[in-house]
Design a protein around this ligand. Structure first.
Ligand SMILES: [Zn+2]
Length: 439
């Protein structure tokens, strides 16, 4: 079988995977709860002859499907979680199926499915050519929450990989070795003393005041952090009622920076801000780290190899109906947003800060994309930095990513899939998704 024949075989079987992607789109579930997609993909891979290991890293929806044995061990990453509030009928204007319900706005229904498609066809290819080695599909939970692969890395399931591939849906077919930001997720929980807010406010010590002062401190901190840092937050608990001084309040932060060291320092400084707020309000603060990721490490060799292979694929074409759909979609976006997105895209493309080096394989010439949506994705892999011990789980990946807007694309790369677990964690709680006692 030649590479060309492999591609033809995939095209011939495309319908099955279109169906899977559509089914997942129609059953959107948030991170850690993607039972529908996870089961469907497991069943599909099992039927194709893969060995399945479920409940990886104690995450119910995370799994591994494997064939072959020994090295090289080649992995393919797939994801399938939806985003909150993106429930949507199939139409180019906003129309939720369920108000505030989850939906697939980031294409993860395609992301995982294409990985399954790739794994199944590569298995056939390996068998026909009697290629030795192991092929593994990783069904990864909770990509949108930045933390699903962390649990998998902690379980050591990336340790023996030689290479691992991934991709993300987008409007352009391209390869890229874009490096993406490091991140920490941290939640500050404040504890004070409740009191009647009108009758005896002097007896209260407001945990909400501490949250607000933390946010004020963070907003002053912004001026004095390295360029490109990002600090964003959500108040996850602001108390129960205006007439009750809240004794409990929480705020959840994402901190981003160009590398791990910058984010570690940002985290250190934010902890000081929160401690200061606690001191000012005579409350107490507990710090819970919810996620931690390294920046990606680009790998030009893999990128070049993927670019060469991906050129064998036909350009993407769209039907008149699909083009009309896209045009209406675009008309419904505020023009300044389209322009802003276009500018950001161009700026990123030529920015050395991002070590950006993508290569476009094909624009779909007839679709009015306006360069707008080329790469709305950042890597969020697999590192959990414990707030107190500095121990780390880490997997360093490179995203040489092949993207295509026609759903199914076959090759993708991350390099150095060497996850190393060097510690055990006593407790870990990802907000309400996990019972801390499980970890
Ligand atoms: Zn995504």
């Amino acid at each position: 079988m030649t590479k060309q024949q492999l591609i033809e075989m995939m095209e011939a079987n495309e319908l099955q995977f279109e169906e899977i992607a559509k089914n997942i789109w129609e059953h959107p579930q948030l991170g850690y709860n993607e039972t529908y997609a996870s089961t469907l993909q497991q069943d599909t891979l099992k039927e194709a002859g893969f060995r399945i290991e479920a409940n990886v890293g104690n995450v119910e929806t995370a799994f591994i499907a494997e064939v072959g044995e020994g090295h090289p061990i080649v992995g393919i990453l797939g994801e399938f979680d939806a985003l909150p509030g993106l429930s949507q009928h199939v139409q180019p204007t906003k129309s939720p199926i369920v108000d505030n319900g989850p939906g697939h706005g980031c294409g993860h229904n395609l992301l995982g499915t294409a990985g399954v498609e790739a794994a199944i066809h590569l298995k056939t290819y390996m068998e026909e050519h009697q290629i030795k080695g192991t092929l593994r599909y990783y069904g990864c939970s909770a990509e949108e929450l930045l933390s699903g692969k962390t649990f998998m890395a902690r379980a050591g399931v990336f340790d023996d990989l030689d290479v691992v591939y991934t991709w993300h849906p987008g409007s352009v077919a391209m390869t890229t070795n874009l490096s993406m930001q490091a991140l920490s997720g941290v939640e500050f929980h404040f504890f004070g003393r409740t009191a009647h807010a009108a009758a005896a406010p002097h007896l209260g010590r407001s945990a909400l005041d501490a949250v607000e002062l933390t946010n004020v401190g963070a907003n002053y901190l912004r001026e004095h952090v390295p360029d490109g840092s990002r600090i964003h937050y959500q108040i996850t608990n602001g108390g129960q009622a205006p007439n009750v001084v809240p004794d409990k309040a929480s705020v959840f932060y994402f901190l981003r920076g160009k590398n791990r060291a910058e984010v570690d320092d940002l985290l250190r400084r934010m902890k000081l801000v929160a401690e200061g707020a606690a001191m000012m309000t005579e409350t107490r603060v507990e710090v819970v780290i919810t996620a931690g990721c390294y920046d990606t490490l680009p790998n030009m060799t893999l990128n070049e190899s993927m670019y060469e292979n991906a050129q064998l694929l036909k350009p993407i074409t769209y039907t008149a109906e699909e083009q009309a759909f896209a045009k209406t979609l675009q008309q419904n976006i505020e023009p300044s947003v389209v322009n802003g997105s276009k500018n950001a895209t161009s700026a990123t493309r030529y920015s050395t800060r991002w070590r950006f080096n993508f290569r476009i394989l094909s624009y779909s010439a007839n679709v009015p994309h306006d360069d707008a949506g080329f790469f709305g994705y950042w890597r969020r892999i697999v590192d959990y930095t414990d707030g107190t011990s500095n121990d780390r789980l880490r997997a360093r990946f490179c995203a040489a990513t092949h993207m295509a807007s026609n759903c199914f694309i076959r090759f993708f790369y991350w390099d150095e899939g060497h996850a190393q677990c060097r510690s055990n964690y006593g407790t870990f709680c990802f907000r309400c998704f996990y019972n801390a006692s499980n970890y």
